[in-house]
Design a protein around this ligand. Structure first.
Ligand SMILES: [Zn+2]
Length: 443
């Protein structure tokens, strides 16, 4: 499955790196015509639109008849009239380092930070290939912060990839969901700086992440599913600890995301003032009310548990992890329905191998979002959560020329998101298979 796509991505990278050598100002202006174009603000599909791009930004967008006269003779013309154009997508719950097809809890201990980051550079191509021009790394277990090196290298144009916002390392109690040391007591690793069992310790851990460049602080509010020892029913960090992390992060103009599964852990994280709840798989009525009142975002990551429950103990996943996944899954739909009833703001996040990115759109629609809402979750909503609204999330004059095209109409059939044929990031073409007539729908 990855071979053909990998080749496409690599071909594209070769083309793109040639373009990266030019400054945005040196590039010829671009004039794109779109048969259909999603207005992510309203969720409406517009027809016969055109986009004029100067440098790496959208200069003008609107009805083709209005925009076309402003395109100069030297404009590069791109015809997307047979496709649906959307803003570049944003995945707000990604883990980017390492081999993402290896689910073994030992992986992070078996490879070096350098190897993990090189895997990360490879993984970036898959996010781009699926139309994701932005992502938020939801934390890693890497004392050397490979994800921040990757973010900065993409920003500098050293390697291709989506724009990245990134958490540091998982802040967790000892033995909690973010404790990567799975060894026996008499074989234990030296204690890592992401572990925090007191309020003072979490202040130090949060400050350390910020010192080394994290945009987000990632808290493990409860136990989790994808690990061999924690209990997702248990709150782990205390509300006081989480409030301290929020105080420190917000004072430094950083944001806070909390992995939270069980009702008490979700509520403690919300009361502590976190910006987003990740998963929220067992969200109860009181928690939903609190989130709605405080405007806390929810990144429900629906597909990952559905996928991991279906594969059982394979791909390195341990039996205990598969069992936990099966046990928590029945809570997912009720919690999500509750979130919708309370009009909690939803953001797209996969939390899985990026080859499955289109499946999260399908899971969101199966669970109750309209296709337009699912697309808004990965565009305008995600940009707002990440603080990127002035730069991304909708196609507007002044924003980055981050846009994609798909075959078909995703408002009519959300599986069209499997068929991304064109990806542009900051006016650089990262993928173009629009003329690949042989390319049928993806599996
Ligand atoms: Zn995660």
């Amino acid at each position: 499955m990855p071979c053909k796509r990998g080749l496409l991505a690599l071909t594209c990278v070769a083309v793109c790196l040639g373009v990266v050598a030019q400054t945005p100002q040196e590039r010829a202006p671009v004039f794109i015509t779109a048969g259909k174009l999603l207005d992510a603000r309203t969720g409406q599909m517009l027809s016969d639109q055109a986009i004029l791009i100067a440098g790496d930004r959208i200069q003008e967008i609107g009805p083709a008849a209005r925009v076309a006269p402003h395109a100069s003779a030297r404009s590069r013309r791109i015809n997307l009239q047979s496709f649906t154009v959307l803003p570049g997508l944003i995945d707000a719950h990604a883990h980017v380092l390492g081999n993402l097809k290896d689910l073994s809890p030992l992986q992070a201990l078996r490879i070096s930070s350098a190897q993990g980051a090189l895997w990360g550079a490879h993984n970036m191509l898959t996010w781009l290939d699926h139309g994701f021009t932005g992502l938020r790394d939801a934390g890693e277990s890497d004392p050397a912060y490979g994800q921040l090196a990757l973010r900065d290298s993409i920003e500098k144009g050293l390697v291709p990839g989506p724009r990245m916002a990134s958490a540091g390392n998982f802040l967790s109690v000892t033995g909690g969901h973010g404790d990567a040391d799975v060894l026996a007591a008499d074989q234990a690793l030296p204690r890592r700086p992401n572990l925090a069992d007191t309020t003072d310790e979490i202040a130090i851990a949060a400050r350390r992440d910020i010192k080394y460049g994290a945009d987000w602080i990632k808290l493990m509010a409860t136990g989790g599913v994808q690990d061999v020892s924690s209990d997702y029913n248990s709150q782990e960090l205390s509300q006081e600890q989480m409030a301290k992390a929020v105080e420190i992060a917000h004072r430094a103009h950083k944001r806070v995301m909390a992995h939270a599964e069980s009702p008490e852990g979700i509520k403690a994280a919300v009361r502590a003032g976190v910006d987003s709840i990740e998963h929220g798989t067992m969200l109860d009525e009181e928690g939903a009310t609190l989130m709605a009142e405080r405007g806390t975002w929810l990144v429900p990551t629906l597909f990952a548990f559905q996928h991991l429950a279906s594969i059982g103990a394979s791909a390195g996943q341990e039996e205990i992890e598969a069992e936990k996944t099966k046990a928590i899954l029945p809570f997912q739909q009720a919690a999500f329905t509750r979130a919708l009833q309370h009009k909690i703001r939803i953001v797209f996040g996969l939390d899985d191998d990026p080859d499955f990115l289109p499946r999260e759109f399908e899971a969101l629609v199966r669970a109750g979002l309209t296709p337009a809402q699912a697309l808004q979750a990965a565009t305008i909503n995600a940009a707002e959560l990440l603080g990127w609204s002035k730069q991304a999330g909708t196609l507007d004059a002044g924003k980055y020329a981050d846009l994609i095209a798909v075959r078909g109409d995703p408002l009519a059939d959300i599986t069209s998101m499997r068929n991304v044929v064109f990806v542009m990031k900051g006016a650089t073409i990262m993928k173009d298979t629009t003329s690949d007539v042989a390319a049928g729908p993806r599996p």
